[in-house]
Design a protein around this ligand. Structure first.
Ligand SMILES: [Zn+2]
Length: 233
């Protein structure tokens, strides 16, 4: 599947992905984008190639004992996202929308394969949370046509991968495969005219800044803390 994305992960995010140093939630959303985006697939291959060259230069002793090393690297570079993935084309989970269904990228199909529980939020937004680790909050979001998320800013990073339809905010209009990165500095209000399905990963709680939505803040912080502290206790 190849769609021309206009917005991509940052170079730091791609590097972290290639090195395997990201939290599982962030890893999944980048993996899903890379599956859809040939530009980023190429960047990942180059990063992995550079890393393997670096390894060849720096570890002659280890190298001598790894006869199949280059064959192994070839396999990794050829299929960076498919290791251990046994989902075949015939049973890829789809998300059923009002009038059509959406085939998910493999990385997300796996995430959704246990079933999703949708909750209706205010403003025509539906949310299905998934727990992938204790450092991120991950969710599928479905914005009904004409819906709007309250104005909010982030204490950390929020990344959103568009899967179907489109949404817009103050900085742009986002279509399938677009990877939207918002940091602690950004204040934004996503809205969707035609409706939009996306997958969002947040590495710290949202802060709503206006009106009634502000009242949600303690709840959101509580929920996030509960999610992030599950592993600590
Ligand atoms: Zn890309």
């Amino acid at each position: 599947m190849n769609i021309d994305a206009k917005y991509h992960p940052t170079p730091e995010q791609l590097e972290g992905f290639a090195q395997g140093s990201l939290a599982p939630g962030m890893n999944v959303v980048i993996s899903a984008h890379v599956e859809l985006c040939s530009t980023c697939r190429k960047s990942i291959s180059e990063l992995e190639e550079a890393a393997s060259e670096e390894w060849l230069r720096s570890a002659p002793a280890t190298r001598a004992s790894s006869i199949n090393f280059s064959a192994m690297i070839d396999r990794i570079v050829d299929h960076p996202q498919m290791k251990g993935d046994d989902i075949t084309r015939n049973n890829v989970p789809k998300i059923h929308m009002l009038d059509h269904s959406v085939t998910l990228p493999r990385a997300l199909a796996k995430v959704a394969s246990d079933g999703l529980v949708w909750n209706q939020l205010a403003g025509g937004i539906n949310q299905a949370m998934v727990t992938l680790d204790d450092q991120t909050q991950c969710e599928f979001l479905y914005m009904k046509p004409g819906s709007q998320v309250p104005v909010h800013k982030h204490q950390g990073n929020e990344v959103t991968l568009v899967l179907d339809g489109s949404f817009e905010d103050e900085l742009g209009h986002y279509k399938p495969a677009d990877f939207v990165v918002r940091t602690a500095k950004d204040l934004h209000q996503p809205a969707s005219e035609e409706g939009c399905l996306c997958f969002a990963v947040l590495d710290s709680p949202l802060t709503f800044t206006k009106g009634l939505a502000r009242l949600l803040n303690p709840f959101i912080r509580y929920r996030f803390r509960r999610a992030t502290s599950a592993a600590a206790y």
